[in-house]
Design a protein around this ligand. Structure first.
Ligand code: AMP
Length: 119
């Protein structure tokens, strides 16, 4: 799948659409999900143009991959959910109901998250 630069997260990265920045560095941006599924629901996105996890890992440079994951850990610690627990979700493609075609990780926590998958 080719990257579509008109997606909403690309617009956020370009500053065309506002977001509440929770964390930002050279590799990643984190902001609250507009439709939170739990008390903590943060989206962490890489700065580069990647559609999905497999695209990111397959195409990004090593420093981008390491930098993104270090940023993800900082967001988790900053949200104070490391001790109580959290779930990371990266939806990709049709079966996972990916809505926004810019790779993102949902950081979800702040309550008992129940079973891993719905039906
Ligand atoms: P996914 O199904 O993994 O692609 O999820 C996309 C997520 O982006 C959904 O949870 C939406 O609520 C969220 N979302 C869409 N637009 C925005 C926005 N402008 N700011 C924050 N979150 C958004």
């Amino acid at each position: 799948m080719n990257y579509d630069p008109s997606n909403i997260f690309a617009k956020i990265l370009r500053g065309e659409i506002p977001c509440k920045k929770l964390y930002e560095d050279e590799y990643a941006l984190a902001f609250p999900d507009i439709n939170p599924q739990a008390p903590t629901h943060i989206l962490v996105i890489p700065k580069g143009p990647y559609v999905s996890y497999d695209d990111f890992i397959g195409s990004a440079a090593d420093d981008e991959i390491i930098g993104f994951h270090r940023a993800l850990a900082k967001v988790i610690n900053q949200a104070n959910i490391a001790a109580t627990g959290y779930r990371l979700i990266a939806n990709a493609g049709v079966d996972a109901h990916q809505e926004v075609p810019h790779y993102h990780v949902h950081v979800i926590g702040g309550r008992d998250l129940g079973a891993m998958l719905g039906k």
